[in-house]
Design a protein around this ligand. Structure first.
Ligand code: NAP
Length: 298
């Protein structure tokens, strides 16, 4: 691997090994293994792949998992009822609702039904709110994983210019909260860009740390960044590629060739952020089982 490439797979492997040991220790003390309940709606191949990767990681670290699939015709009422059953089940520690949802199901409406004490994705307003005010919480997995990468690669954030492109509830917004606020891994001067940002380059060119989570191939090019920038490319885009076995290849939101020429560190797609997201989900599921965030009934 080139010198400036961040190896997310390797770092995730180290974290998963530690979680495996922690789970063994937890079970060794007479507790049942943690359990993750995954919910898959419809038959989107990418969602199926992501859930498959998450349940595989569960097996590797000793977390039990179960996946329930519903057709994309499921109503909001039916889905909420199914979620409430999982909320009531004391044998389930974490609930994973794989996104995106079919158009008639509004994510915020459904996510609020998940018991916040089992919200291992960290998407429930209770957990996002606690993140925003600096209380212990289930931190959203993708941004939390990015900060673990910074820790491993000794990327300093304090006082530096961080620019986050993309402001979704699951990546960009919690990323900006963490980068700007958290004491040990944040305290960066943070700019959050979105669809209505005028002259994106004016912001990205100032970035010491650039995080891109949009879902738009080659949105960021080498001309838009400065020498030495640390780039985290969260985007996962499927481009048709008849030369590949699968018929497609995955690319991020950055034009890797031109951006990596200037970056001091950059994540590849795939193999950068994705494995870290999965590792952080395992970490949150263990925290849920241990009731580390919400010790008593709140
Ligand atoms: P999303 O919900 O579609 O949000 C995209 C965000 O990008 C929105 O805030 C949108 O602005 C903003 N945006 C759209 N066009 C823009 C532009 N031209 N310039 C600046 N901002 C723009 O997507 P998401 O769920 O955050 O995911 C983003 C990408 O990351 C996707 O490719 C997804 O597959 C990938 N992803 C990867 C992982 C991983 O583990 N590697 C995890 C999650 C997501 P508005 O708010 O104004 O609409």
């Amino acid at each position: 691997m080139a010198r400036n490439i961040i190896d997310g797979k390797k770092v995730a492997g180290i974290i998963l090994q530690q979680i495996h040991e922690d789970v063994q220790e937890w079970v060794g003390r007479g507790n049942r293994p943690p359990k993750l309940q995954a919910i898959l709606i419809g038959d989107d191949p990418a969602s199926r792949t992501y859930v498959g990767a998450k349940t595989k990681a569960c097996r590797e670290v000793g977390i039990e998992s179960d996946t329930v699939s519903f057709p994309d015709t499921i109503s909001v009422r039916e889905l909420k009822e199914e979620i409430r059953k999982f909320n009531r089940d004391d044998g389930i520690d974490g609930i994973l609702l794989q996104l995106p949802l079919p158009g008639h199901l509004h994510p915020s409406q459904v996510i609020e039904t998940i018991d916040h004490r089992k919200d291992v994705d960290g998407f429930h307003p209770m957990n996002v709110g606690r993140l925003a005010v600096g209380q212990p919480t289930f931190r959203s997995c993708t941004p939390a994983g990015i900060l673990e990468l910074f820790r491993y690669y000794s990327v300093m954030t304090k006082g530096r210019n961080a620019v986050v492109v993309g402001a979704s509830n699951i990546v960009g917004s919690p990323m900006a909260i963490m980068l700007s606020r958290e004491n040990n891994s944040g305290k960066a001067t943070t700019t959050l860009c979105h669809k209505y940002t005028r002259d994106l380059t004016q912001h990205t060119i100032q970035a010491d740390i650039l995080i891109v989570a949009v879902g738009s191939p080659k949105l960021i090019t080498g001309q838009m960044v400065k020498e030495g920038v640390v780039v985290i490319d969260v985007g996962i885009n499927r481009l048709t590629d008849v030369t590949s076995k699968k018929g497609y290849r995955l690319v991020g939101d950055c034009d890797f060739d031109s951006v990596s020429e200037k970056a001091s560190l950059i994540t590849p797609v795939p193999g950068g952020v994705g494995p870290m997201t999965v590792a952080m989900l395992m970490k949150n599921t263990l925290l849920a089982a241990k009731k580390s965030i919400y010790p008593s009934k709140e």
